[in-house]
Design a protein around this ligand. Structure first.
Ligand SMILES: [Fe+2]
Ligand SMILES: [Fe+2]
Length: 418
């Protein structure tokens, strides 16, 4: 309808506008409350485990606009809303970041310390005027105690369209998982903010309540074929987005580190650079390991099921250390297919007295490559063309590993005993 064809409607519309304006003036008196500023609303809130998950917890978020006093609040969660009155304030650190495809963003990071083990806490993040919702997390036990976590291979592509269902069914299958463990290639182009946005949208509120631990894959770096020397370094979006431990080799902060969680030492390796330094560091970290179980993770597999690639370098560097300390499990990604080995020692099926190490490669995104069968003499389960997630439960002397596809069907299973 166009007004010039209906001139008699014009006075009617003017009258309507006047009435609406008057009623707003009458029922919405001027207040001193500032208008909400979308640029100050916390986004992409994510919990990360610290080196001491029984007594501390890290959280990271970002805003579009600069925040003068970024902070978090925390209190023991109770069933009553009164918990809010007992909240303590923690000051956050901020940094500004830009990427290839996005304007300036401001990332904020806070670490809650001096927490009580095995306790449910509520927290929120913001600036005093613009707050997130209250979210909750539970601290770890201070000593070995049964728990589960979920391990995912590469999401990488079509996070919004195709990975969301995998994340959701994983959450339904193991809602009490202590944390989610990723092994790299979170997105295809780690310098593209729009891809990270798609991924965070697919995660929904899960990282606000289930802490994540993760390490970088090759897609968090520029392409090694074209970028060498000092220019080969992790994309600038990685570190600001997370608050991960910095107890690894120098220069690999928040990309190689270890965490002790209820009887398991988790070791994250960065398979992209400084491999020799990491092999030496790994030996040191494992030589002084009080935890009964050890689980290592690296993006690029030790026994590759990739079509063409089969890099022996990581095998030569890391297998002697894994063997020396009887690492129980190695979690990997990169190949966009699935493989789980037998227990191996010295690149062969383990025989007594050696305990052996199980190596797993998995994928959660829709991108699939055929599996190369060069290591079939070491492998128990191999396949491709499935979006998978793995629920791993550690309970005293038993570790139960179960892989499921994104329709919830069991795909693989193994039990390890101490
Ligand atoms: Fe990769
Ligand atoms: Fe990948």
């Amino acid at each position: 309808m166009t007004l010039h064809k209906h001139p008699r409607l014009i006075p009617l519309l003017l009258a309507l506008l006047l009435i609406t304006g008057c009623s707003q003036a009458r029922f919405n008196p001027i207040t001193t409350t500032p208008a909400p500023q979308p640029g100050l609303t916390p986004q992409r809130i994510i919990l990360n485990l610290t080196q001491s998950p029984a007594t501390s917890q890290a959280v990271t978020w970002r805003t579009n606009s600069i925040v003068t006093s970024p902070k978090a609040e925390i209190a023991k969660a109770t069933g009553s809303p009164v918990f809010r009155t007992r909240a303590a304030t923690v000051t956050a650190r901020s940094e500004s970041v830009t990427s290839n495809d996005s304007p300036l963003f401001f990332y904020h990071s806070a670490t809650f310390k001096d927490l009580e083990p095995e306790t449910l806490y509520a927290y929120r993040v913001g600036d005093g005027a613009h707050w997130s919702e209250w979210n909750q997390f539970r601290t770890a036990a201070a000593a070995p105690k049964p728990f589960s976590f979920v391990y995912f291979g590469d999401p990488q592509e079509e996070a919004g369209s195709m990975c969301a269902r995998t994340f959701r069914i994983a959450y339904q299958k193991a809602p009490d998982a202590a944390f989610w463990h990723f092994v790299g290639d979170m997105v295809d182009n780690g310098d593209q903010d729009n891809e990270w946005q798609e991924l965070f949208d697919a995660f929904g509120w899960i990282p606000r309540t289930t802490p994540f631990i993760l390490l970088p894959g090759n897609h968090a770096y520029p392409d090694k074929r074209y970028v060498k020397g000092d220019a080969f370094k992790i994309f600038s979006l990685w570190r600001p987005q997370f608050t991960l431990p910095q107890n690894g080799p120098k220069g690999l902060e928040e990309t190689a580190y270890f965490i002790d969680y209820q009887g398991v030492r988790f070791i994250m390796l960065n398979g992209n650079e400084k491999l020799q330094e990491q092999a030496e560091w790994l030996d040191t970290v494992l030589s002084n390991n009080p935890q009964p179980w050890t689980i290592a993770a690296i993006h690029q597999p030790i026994y590759s099921t990739g079509r063409k690639r089969n890099d022996h370098h990581r095998q030569e560097l890391f297998v002697p250390v894994f063997d020396k300390y009887s690492v129980d499990l190695v979690l990997q990604g990169h190949e966009h297919n699935y493989a789980r080995t037998q227990k191996l020692f010295n690149n062969q099926p383990a025989t007594a007295p050696h305990r052996g190490t199980v190596y797993v490669t998995s994928v959660c995104g829709p991108k699939s490559y055929p599996a190369n069968h060069r290591y079939d003499h070491l492998v128990e389960t191999i396949g491709t063309g499935r979006q998978l997630f793995q629920v791993i439960r550690v309970d005293g002397n038993k570790l139960t590993y179960e892989a499921f596809d994104s329709a919830g069907n069991p795909y693989d299973r193994v039990e390890l005993d101490k």
